[in-house]
Design a protein around this ligand. Sequence first.
Ligand code: PGA
Length: 251
Amino acid sequence: MRKKIIAGNWKMFKTVQEATQLVVGLKRELTDYVAVDIVVCPTFVNLESVSDLLVGHNIKLGAQNLFWEDEGAFTGEVSGPMLKAVGVEYVIIGHSERRQFFHETNETVNKRLKAALKHGLKPIVCVGENLSERESGRTFDVVKNHVTGSLAGLTKEDMAEVVLAYEPVWAIGTGKTASSAQAQEVHRFIRGLLAGMFGQDTADAVRIQYGGSVKPENTAELTSQPDIDGALVGGASLKVDSFTAIVKNAR
Ligand code: PGA
């Protein structure tokens, strides 16, 4: 039985004061709530303050990216050891906004993923088609390309640490959610790809989140699909009430 995992991607939102306020609120609502795994992913500059508030807590800390080298002359980047040192446990890799605005490719996603695993961070690897790809009937080709390219060279053991997130780009921040049937169809396809790459046992164990306009009202329907194991939440993770409701509605 795969445990559901709900992660909040705070993107480039929240000053340190706002981030700590949000975490204080989430702790008030979700302390000892262990029915699902809960992760929050603030910006790099807010990781340490949020981390201090989450010491020993069931809400876990994630980052939104990492660089593949441990240290060096890479202005503006942050490494795996640096994330580990402030108590980060999860890291989002290959989010569509990074692919779209920061020229991430399967190759760079794969390098970041391997760096995360090397440093004992649990990667949340994002895949998904954009609107023109869906409309031209290329959803499965694009998702296959993202999954096989991003996970190239990983072992079954590595996959025990990895969470995948299927995020149709056309559903991100648009208010347009994929229907639960549309999402389930792609999730099942991804699990089939994983079975081909790593064997059925591994495919059955990997958690695949859905992301794209997840809100309290659609969480139960989405997460009750057989291959949807949680959600990666953007906009609705920025408020205590909506994120708490999403966590509690996950089935
Ligand atoms: P959204 O973002 O929930 O605001 O659509 C999801 C994401 O980008 O992870």
